[in-house]
Design a protein around this ligand. Sequence first.
Ligand SMILES: Cc1ncc(COP(=O)(O)O)c(C=O)c1O
Length: 433
Amino acid sequence: MLKSDEFRERDAKCIVRAWASEAEPTVVARAKGAVVWDPDGREYIDCSSGLFAVNVGHCHPEVITAVKEQVEKVMQVSILQTTEPLISLAEKLVEITPPNLTKCYFTNGGSESIDTAVKLVRQYTGKYEIIVLKNAFHGLTGWALAATGATSYKRGFGPLLAGFLRAPHAYCYRCPFNLSYPACDLRCAQEIENIILDQAISTVSEGAIGAVLVEPVQGRGGIIPPDDWLPRVREICTKHGLLLMLDEIQTAFGRTGKLFAFQHRNVIPDVLVLSKNVGGGIPSGVVMMSDEMAKKFFTGTTPTHSGNALAAAAGLAALRVLLREKLWENAAAMGQRFREGFLNMRMAKYVGEARFKGLMGGVELVLDQKTKQPVPKADINRIKWALWKRGVIISASGPLGNVFRVQPPLVITAEQVDRVVAVFDESLAEVLP
Ligand SMILES: Cc1ncc(COP(=O)(O)O)c(C=O)c1O
């Protein structure tokens, strides 16, 4: 029996996970850069980057050194005290973000950061409704889940927390208004304003909307809005005195080809929510805000592990590598290479759209280019399995479940990109007619 099979058997007996395809879970014994190995020595190119939390690559030597050194000094002190790596990380985050974002509130992860951002906005504005988008993913805890758009994450959990109004997302490939860009004049963004203006939609009363919460690129399906969408959303927020909350949990730290996704068009958020790479692979999250907001934010108490020294040391080391090596430039170049590869492979007829903003990639598979009929879920799972057998890990998601999320560590090489495309091509040929 392979060691991997033995581990999988033991895992299945005692570990609860949300879903499983035949290929999961991959047992990972070792990882380096964009590659992971199982205990039997099989090698996989990891296009999921530890769920997008290791942008500088698995086990980067500088992150390892920082963690080893920090372990010898102090690991956990809680935010009631402070540590040098935590202060240095916060200073660095303040330095690399817009001047209005002067303060950091640390958490343990993404969902908790979204919950915290909701609390912040409600306290600061005195208003409790927030406009969120269709298909959004903001996490699985209380407010984060209520803000999340996909019903599959909510089934059986109702009633969810109140206070969220939902607007359409900028999904141009399947436009909710059946319009095409740019003739549509961003009708989806306009709907955000319509919600603000149509007070009858409000669940409470006039003027109860305090903010708009969006992802610059929706992680669930890699849905990339047109370039002027985010500036338009910013404009609407400013016009109506609403705060713009950006969930850059997945898009930040070089992923989209810029250090932050809001930099593509210099949009300034009022609240910036980060996680994943903040801890360099160790759980951590942060909500960034202005001095004025921080003054009005009364958090009650503090989460036990927030600001953990080990996570801060790892996060700081990862951030230094990212900044020094300008890894967003490789992300932009490799994203482009992926896109061209998927559009030109033998089985390209099944690629409805290959969306890449840097290495935030979504390959949407359809059976027919004209009707855009999605490749069925069962076949998507078979393709995942075929990829895995050939040594490539890619997860699938999206509103219809037919989008492969191609999001490897930003250090992926051209050779590895070409290998992934070739394997994708072979896997499609194995499963689809
Ligand atoms: C955009 C976005 N927001 C929030 C979350 C939730 O983060 P976490 O899984 O750390 O709770 C995620 C996680 O994938 C995410 O991609």
